[in-house]
Design a binder for this molecule. Structure first.
Ligand code: NAD
Length: 242
């Protein structure tokens, strides 16, 4: 590894597993000090034991409004700076709209868009004051293509993509890059909520990617010179039928 992020402080939400974990470990491998935020206390404990002082772990349920509001001040109290904020934590609701329950819709939309919007809002003044910063979000291929097997989830990621593109235009002149990565299906625990027949089809076509593929795209975006901005990476599985 080339240690391109040495001296940087990066925050990854939902970093205890899947794409967030791959992102956090890739950034550590590039030399960053990483703050992993997740609600999964035992997974965070294992990561703290594994990585020692390279990582700060914070047990936070981002759906708790008070905990969400305190997130950025609490991190800054520990690290003083945030160079990179990766808004990654997300939930999935798939299947037919008529089967979607109120609570699942509310929690998913809250985490996938409201929490992201609030966290980014809260970290921006710090980055704008320093005149530098990177905001990354984990969006989805479902945010670009109207995937008919998951209208609730896809809607949250279309909202996220709109958020990324509008905020970018507001803060770009302050030296802040805002980027997204939009993978197709990735082998993580989230896929266990996919409609079974859709998952079987994706497996049969060999169209599942690894979380490390996504992390590579994130590191590529982060390590471009600041005058060559890669803003949004859409990762289309070669066998996917769109
Ligand atoms: P995952 O379930 O492995 O990871 C999600 C992490 O978020 C978990 O560690 C979980 O504990 C944490 N989390 C969930 N709710 C939380 C809360 N309220 N507060 C704090 N942490 C919470 O799933 P993943 O696939 O790695 O998902 C990460 C992101 O990637 C999501 O935004 C998802 O929409 C997106 N994504 C996933 C896929 C895929 O196929 N897996 C594809 C495209 C985009």
């Amino acid at each position: 590894m080339s240690q391109t992020l040495t001296g940087k402080v990066a925050v990854v939400t939902g970093g205890a597993s899947g794409i967030g974990l791959a992102s956090a470990e890739a950034m550590m491998a590039e030399g960053a000090q990483v703050v992993i935020v997740d609600r999964d206390e035992s997974a965070l404990k294992a990561l703290q034991d594994k990585h020692g002082s390279a990582v700060v772990t914070l047990v936070v349920d981002l759906l708790d409004p008070a905990a969400c509001a305190a997130l950025i001040p609490n991190i800054l109290a520990k690290t003083n700076v945030i160079d990179i904020f990766h808004a990654n934590a997300g939930l999935y609701v798939g299947g037919d709209l008529v089967d979607a329950e109120n609570d699942a819709i509310d929690r998913m939309l809250n985490l996938n868009i409201n929490v992201v919007m609030k966290n980014v809002r809260d970290v921006l003044p710090h980055m704008m004051e320093r005149g530098v910063g990177d905001i990354l979000v984990t969006s989805s291929l479902a945010g670009h293509y109207p995937t008919p097997w998951e209208p609730v989830y896809a809607s949250s990621k279309w909202a996220m993509n709109c958020f990324v593109q509008t905020v970018r235009r507001q803060v770009g002149q302050h030296g802040i890059r805002v980027g997204s990565v939009s993978p197709g299906p990735v082998i993580t625990s989230l896929l266990s909520d996919w409609p079974a027949e859709k998952l079987a089809e994706a497996k049969a076509k060999g169209s599942l990617m690894d979380a490390s593929d996504v992390a590579e795209a994130l590191i590529f975006m982060l390590t471009r010179p600041r005058h060559v901005t890669i803003r949004d990476v859409v990762m289309l599985p070669s066998q996917f039928d769109l």
